[in-house]
Design a protein around this ligand. Structure first.
Ligand code: CDP
Ligand code: MG
Length: 701
């Protein structure tokens, strides 16, 4: 990459002190974006025509025919290209337009926002409504139709599809995009594709085996220089390089490390905004919480600027952002304002936003980590960690797409030097429970499948144990009928087990609501430290003596009633008054709709409620979360029923009775103590209903 790394340049460390060494003359904001007017159909150029012109100008446009020839000539092709060159949007369209590839073209993405926004863009370029020729499929949301020929989907969805279509027969081409990210699902897809290719295309030609009638093409696309590894994995598949357009980027580091990176980002943003020429700003932050907090600080400071100042258009961008808000990132910056995009690492390589000239990099990301050994369970935790050198370079590169750019790193040069080169593949650091179960359903074995990097034996063992405890696998590690039912739900196996247990206990309607809230990415009770007393008083009326699960259910039930009678504004007021997060409820509402559909398909009556009787719900929870139960000790702490850890109930819990003999919890958080969060008191007998599991589980730990 041609990013010039001016770490020893004239004035590093300056962004936080206000002098950046380059042109500080205040320039007038450009009146409109080069592509702004035309996109809106002004200047006599239609939107469609303009999109076609944009397509033709992408760096990849010149080489497309050659690329397609290569793809046609080989079973597997590896494509390596700089971010923004047009790989993800153009290659699938070209494969479609050239007419040489029958069947559906699948394009996998590690993130749902990328899948949905790319599908929207490409259907626009095709001039067809989204969900017709071009569609998408992500967990809890799908827009495709009978005529869909190009389908953007998450790698997780493709794994799910393999469960009903093990040879992926409906697809003629599978493009595995963003392969460099090496998510667990991408690795599962790659390993499975190797098997599928052999079955569908036959052994290497020349060995006498006839080519199948429905051959499969695989295209692996990556934004970083790791092509050789993919090529080796696929029997030395050819590697094609796509050149991008990368202008030089000046990089600055801070002189001291910044403890509060959100505050540092805030100050850096305003120094750019006030002192620097026009150009949009892209800020990389680890996650939604930081994005929301920075968004509101920027908003309030921007309001204090003199009235003749340039305005700020804020665009947050993170994985669970509602579809309607995603598209704002791509709309041209309103005249007389500067766009400020607050993004997670999704904007590193998956999504390219036009107009960015300045990048602010906090150097942080959220990373999935599995704590199997500490928690004795199969859940992942998201931790904020330092990014890798490879990410830092990608982030800087985003500033140089359309002209020379600037990257302000909110960390020291030494910190950059100390960063790992690239991150460990997720298969080495996340829970394998759901992956292992899904593979069993496809008839593949996690233990014997050929992976790019083999999973850790201990993690495989933990996953096997969890699945056995759930009764998804039998004593001989074979898939059970229950295991197959569990895998049919788009939920972690533990949560799916709770849902299935709710059928037995006649409380499916209630459990679906609770699981939906547990699956929502936004917290139901946001941290309201500023108005702690008011918040806790408002929330008291929802509090249920058994603890957090029923309290959540009470909120959801109350919200459902409000939805039945109130307007949109009324609902919002209600949420505000009660200090509950409306977005969490809306997201949970969508998830609940999807889970209800899955229940219908599985012939499960989703309407049955246990009314005010809490036991059926708690029994169901224990069934799936057996590894998340703990028993009271004489000293008032709790000890895991199936693990060694001593835990305390999180102070934020709604559970009033702090000395209940047994508890079930959603997760553990590690601070000064190990705290259980999302806690309900349960009867000890609910746990001892599974004596064999508990004792053998303990023996195994
Ligand atoms: O995959 P790669 O990074 O090579 O590029 P791409 O995602 O195909 O993007 C090609 C171009 O389309 C970029 O310049 C994007 O800015 C543009 N694009 C857009 O304007 N709106 C979208 N929703 C998606 C892409
Ligand atoms: Mg791409």
């Amino acid at each position: 990459m041609e990013v010039s790394d001016e770490e020893n340049g004239p004035s590093p460390n300056k962004p936080l002190n206000g002098t950046n060494g380059h042109d500080r003359k205040r320039q007038k904001m450009r009146k409109s974006f080069p592509n702004g007017a035309a996109v809106n159909g002004v200047n006599g150029v239609s939107k469609a025509q303009h999109l076609q012109e944009q397509r033709a100008q992408l760096p990849i446009a010149q080489g497309l025919e050659a690329l397609v020839r290569e793809i046609a000539a080989h079973d597997v092709t590896i494509i390596l290209g700089e971010t923004g060159s047009g790989k993800t949007t153009q290659i699938p369209q070209y494969l479609l337009e050239c007419g040489a590839f029958p069947g559906v073209i699948a394009v996998t993405q590690p993130r749902r926002v990328a899948a949905t926004s790319l599908a929207a863009r490409v259907s626009q370029e095709q001039g067809r409504p989204l969900g017709t020729l071009v569609g998408y499929a992500v967990r809890f949301d799908e827009r495709t139709g009978a005529e869909t020929r190009v389908k953007y989907l998450t790698d997780g969805m493709l794994v799910r599809e393999m469960m009903s279509d093990p040879m992926l027969e409906r697809y003629g081409v599978i493009v595995v995009d963003e392969a460099h990210e090496r998510t667990l699902r991408t690795d599962l897809v790659l390993a499975s594709l190797k098997k599928i290719l052999r079955a569908r295309n036959g052994e290497e030609s020349g060995k006498g085996k006839a080519r199948a009638h429905n051959p499969l093409k695989v295209v692996v696309m990556s934004a970083t220089l790791d092509a050789e590894k993919f090529s080796k994995f696929f029997d030395n598949a050819p590697v094609l390089y796509v050149k991008g357009r990368q202008h030089p980027v000046s990089i600055y580091h801070t002189s001291t490390s910044q403890v509060d990176y959100v505050d540092a980002a805030l100050r850096t943003f305003f120094q750019i905004h006030v002192d620097q020429p026009p150009g949009d700003v892209l800020i990389f932050l680890p996650g939604q919480e930081d994005i929301e907090s920075l968004e509101s600080s920027i908003k309030s400071y921007a309001n204090q600027l003199p009235s003749n100042s340039v305005g700020v258009t804020l665009c947050p961008l993170y994985a669970s952002l509602p579809n309607a808000q995603q598209s704002r990132v791509f709309t041209p910056t309103p005249e007389g304002t500067r766009k400020c995009i607050l993004a997670t690492n999704i904007a590193e390589t998956s999504i390219t936003i036009p107009g960015v000239k300045y990048v602010i990099d906090t150097g942080k990301q959220k990373e999935k980590r599995h704590l199997a050994r500490m928690t004795g369970s199969g859940f992942d935790t998201l931790l904020t960690t330092d990014i890798t050198k490879s990410s830092a370079m990608q982030r800087a590169g985003r500033a140089g797409r359309e002209g020379p750019g600037f990257c302000f790193r909110l960390y020291t040069e030494e910190a950059f030097d100390a960063m790992a080169l690239s991150s460990e593949p997720e298969v080495r650091r996340s829970s394998l429970t759901s992956a292992l179960l899904q593979l069993r359903c496809i008839g593949h074995d996690l233990e014997t499948l050929d992976f790019m990097d083999n999973p850790d034996a201990e993690a495989v063992g933990a996953a096997l144990r969890t699945l056995w405890i759930l009764d998804a696998l039998d004593e001989t590690k074979r898939l059970t009928k229950l295991g197959r039912s569990i895998a049919a739900f788009p939920l972690e196996p533990q949560l799916a087990a709770i849902l299935l247990a709710s059928v037995e206990h006649h409380c499916t309607a209630d459990v679906i609501s609770i699981l939906s809230l547990m699956s929502a990415s936004a917290p139901l009770f946001p941290d309201s430290s500023a108005q702690r007393d008011a918040a806790s008083e408002a929330r008291t009326k929802f509090r249920h003596p058994s603890g957090d699960h029923w309290t959540m259910l009470n909120v959801f039930r109350a919200y459902d009633e409000v939805c039945g009678s109130e307007s949109k504004g009324g609902r919002r007021d209600w949420c505000k008054r009660n200090f509950v997060n409306e977005r969490a409820l809306r997201e949970a509402g969508d998830i609940r709709t999807q889970l209800r559909i899955v229940c219908d398909r599985a012939n499960i009556n989703k309407e049955i409620s246990c009314g005010q009787d809490e036991s059926p719900v708690l029994k169901s929870l224990v069934r799936g979360l057996l590894q998340h139960t703990a028993l009271l000790q004489p000293d008032g702490t709790y000890k895991q029923a199936m693990g060694p850890s001593i835990i305390k109930i999180h102070p934020g819990s709604f559970l009033t009775e702090k000395r209940s003999p047994a508890i079930v919890y959603n997760e553990l958080v590690y601070t000064t103590h190990i705290y259980a969060r999302g806690v309900s008191a349960v009867s000890k007998s609910f746990i001892s209903d599974f004596p064999k599991r508990v004792t053998s589980g303990r023996a195994g730990s």
